[in-house]
Design a protein around this ligand. Structure first.
Ligand SMILES: *Cc1c(COP(=O)(O)O)cnc(C)c1O
Length: 350
């Protein structure tokens, strides 16, 4: 979901951006008008995230999965061993470590595979060899519905976080992290691009074979404009950041997100009918996952939910059941409507 007011503004100014007589997707990425957009976007990201001074903001091509390659290509050379540690907490972290293994030695320090990723295995400093260039986690596991409440503290080892499905949904102390990335489409804007927040000393170490458009140093030195970028995606992200600011920033969003998730988890916890998929300590405020007694009943749930205006609730095939994705833009009323539907469905079928 994108916030409704953002889409309305896009619609209103789409044919005539700031009285220029052209659309925002027609202006040059090198125009002063677009420069104002990207500068404002930087400023809002810094403000919303309380990003430390020594972090750079990069707008990268190719969404999150492109970062599965960019991260190892840029960071493995930080140390001679070309080694990194990954925590495997679901399909996206698995794809990330498989991709990284093309470029160096990848150690899976902990994995949740044995329990089908229903919990987050611990990752502590003693599990990371001293010659590792970085350690890698997935902040929120979109498919399984698990989320780190706080990130592991690995001291001197830079922590890389795929925060695609929970970026800017709560306050984060970036000074403890090395690099955070997210594709835009879950909490920030349209699909196809990514946002990278990176500590500046981690820039400039890319392997020689790294394509320029994956090299963080190229993004940094060109303000992410070394080639024609997706101006529409950055413009939309800028509007979403303005919306976040209007909502009161990440502190207010975190409170709202906790309230939204509670509305759904309460129904699950008070019922013998719905079974939560993720274990309680690790469950996510962004993706609420649960099962019903059998697949037929899940199908009936989905069909009736759709008839009640509740969309996109089918769980990922890796876990089955139901998944409610309640990112920043989902209003509390959406969760309340689903909770009411769940209670009524249980009353009729439980
Ligand atoms: C959705 C998602 C991805 C994949 O994003 P793409 O933009 O499709 O590459 C990666 N990681 C996480 C945690 C996700 O939720």
């Amino acid at each position: 979901m994108l916030p409704r007011p953002v889409m309305q503004q896009i619609q209103e100014e789409f044919l005539n951006y700031r009285d220029m007589g052209v659309s925002v997707i027609e202006i040059s990425h090198r125009s002063k008008e677009f420069d104002a957009v990207i500068n404002r976007c930087d400023e809002l990201i810094r403000e919303i995230s309380s990003l430390p001074e020594n972090f750079k903001i990069l707008y990268t091509h190719g969404g999150a999965r492109m970062q599965f390659s960019a991260v190892p290509m840029n960071l493995l050379p930080l140390k001679a061993a070309h080694k990194a540690v990954y925590s495997e907490t679901g399909n996206f972290s698995k794809q990330a470590n498989v991709e990284a293994a093309r470029y160096g030695e990848i150690i899976i320090a902990s994995s949740g595979e044995d329990t089908n990723y229903d919990r987050l295995p611990p990752l502590t400093r003693d599990m990371v060899p001293d010659d590792a260039s970085y350690a890698y986690i997935t902040s929120n596991n979109t498919i399984y519905g698990t989320q780190y409440k706080s990130y592991p503290d690995l001291g001197d080892i830079p922590l890389v976080v795929d925060a695609t499905s929970d970026i800017f949904s709560r306050p984060v102390d970036y000074s403890k992290l090395g690099l955070v990335f997210a594709s835009l489409q879950k909490n920030l804007g349209p699909a196809g691009m990514g946002l990278v927040l990176i500590r500046e000393d981690l820039i400039g170490h890319a392997m020689k074979l790294t394509p320029s458009l994956l090299d963080y140093a190229v993004y940094e030195s060109s303000h992410s404009l070394s080639n024609t970028t997706n101006t529409f995606a950055i413009y939309t992200t800028c509007l979403v950041m303005e919306w976040m600011k209007d909502q009161g920033g990440v502190d207010a969003l975190a409170l709202a997100n906790a309230e939204k998730a509670k509305t759904l988890y309460q129904v699950i916890d008070n019922s013998g009918f719905y079974q939560g998929i993720a274990c309680i300590e690790d469950r996510s405020l962004m993706n609420v996952t649960f099962t019903l007694t059998d697949d037929d009943l899940s199908q009936q749930f989905l069909t009736e939910a759709l008839a009640n205006g509740l969309y996109a609730l089918k769980g990922h095939r890796a876990v089955g059941g139901i998944r409610a994705s309640i990112y920043n833009a989902m209003p509390l009323e959406g969760c309340q409507a689903l909770a009411a539907f769940m209670q009524e469905f249980e009353r009729q079928n439980g």
